[in-house]
Design a protein around this ligand. Structure first.
Ligand SMILES: [Zn+2]
Length: 121
């Protein structure tokens, strides 16, 4: 099928623009380091016990052997209360094999039961 000249020019420029964008993306991603290993997330905040990677330490307050992290609790300034204990019936649900086998179906079934709509008569 023959493409009119004007449409062919548009299609051609669109294709070359797409190819140019794709090549810019490839150039950008190929310029990035392929893999950076930050080690394991094993460093712990001394105040709240949150886990961090070594590179997340607060540089100017950290010393060798004593790393400081403040992104979690602002140096112990934020203390959250422990959540209340769950009801034993709720906990028993998660220990029920049948419930755990069918939990996906339960979630799907109840996902649209309350969506906050106001019904007008
Ligand atoms: Zn903390």
């Amino acid at each position: 099928m023959a493409v009119p000249a004007k449409r062919a020019a548009v299609a051609s420029s669109s294709s070359s623009a797409s190819r140019s964008r794709r090549s810019r993306h490839l150039a950008f991603f190929s310029s990035l380091p392929q893999y950076v290993d930050s080690g394991d997330c094993t460093w712990v905040c001394e105040f709240c016990g949150a886990y961090f990677w070594y590179v997340e330490r607060v540089g100017k307050f950290s010393r060798p052997g004593h790393l400081r992290y403040s992104h979690c609790c602002r140096d112990g300034g934020v203390v959250l209360p422990y959540p209340p204990a769950f009801d034993h019936q709720f906990v028993a649900l998660y220990q029920n094999v049948t419930f755990m086998k069918d939990i996906r179906a339960y979630n799907s079934m109840f996902s649209m039961t309350s969506f906050g709509a106001n019904v007008l008569d």
